[in-house]
Design a protein around this ligand. Structure first.
Ligand SMILES: Nc1nc2c(ncn2[C@@H]2O[C@H](COP(=O)(O)OP(=O)(O)OP(=O)(O)O)[C@@H](O)[C@H]2O)c(=O)[nH]1
Ligand SMILES: [Mg+2]
Length: 177
């Protein structure tokens, strides 16, 4: 087993990737905490009580023009967190397209990477129901057709909800690397 675990964080701009990472560092986070959109990408080290190994996180920008760069990091990582803003009903077709392209990447397929889809911003009351979102994004079908290590976690960067579980699941399912 590798001494260090590297997680790749992808998903559309504004889905809350950087805020989820920040929530692991900042126990007393305020809701109005200002996090700027990520410029390109940023590499951070975090520690999670549930995971004994040190974790490196590659936090990517989700802006359209940067999405093609996500694949640069597929060779480097041991697991992927794909963050979905579960309140962003207007962009679900874009999310779906990005998920399809990501899963069809030959390297993702070949490495059999563990993948968490983080349905984020669960603190908001305009949240799309998880079962509905899972079906709309076609994640139920992926699980049936491919023997992939895929799971869904409900998260909130603002509340720190589901973040530890997400990294724990990834590190556990990547233990063969
Ligand atoms: N309600 C709520 N808002 C959130 C949450 N996480 C992030 N946000 C807000 O969503 C916006 C985007 O958050 P970021 O963490 O910068 O999103 P990102 O995915 O890193 O965006 P890029 O770096 O541009 O790809 C900010 O206004 C955050 O305050 C959350 O858990 N709940
Ligand atoms: Mg960011």
């Amino acid at each position: 087993m590798k001494a260090n675990f590297t997680a790749l964080m992808i998903g559309l701009d504004g889905s809350g990737k950087s805020t989820l990472i920040q929530s692991t560092k900042d126990e007393q986070m305020n809701i109005d905490h200002d996090i700027l959109p990520t410029a390109g990408y940023s590499i951070q080290r975090i520690s999670i009580p549930q995971v004994t190994r040190p974790i490196t996180v590659i936090d990517c920008s989700g802006l359209g023009r940067h999405r093609d760069n996500w694949s640069i990091f597929y060779p480097e990582c041991d697991g992927v967190i794909f963050v979905v803003d579960a309140t962003d009903s207007k962009r679900l077709s874009i999310v779906q397209k990005c998920i399809r392209e990501f899963l069809e990447d030959p390297l993702v397929d070949e490495k059999d990477l563990p993948i968490v889809f983080a349905f984020n911003k669960q603190d908001r009351d305009d949240i799309i129901d998880t079962e509905e979102l899972r079906t709309t994004l076609g994640l139920d079908k992926i699980k049936k057709t491919k023997a992939k290590k895929i799971t869904i976690k409900e998260t909130s960067g603002f509340r720190g909800l589901g973040v530890g579980e997400t990294f724990d699941w990834l590190a556990t399912n990547a233990s063969a690397y």
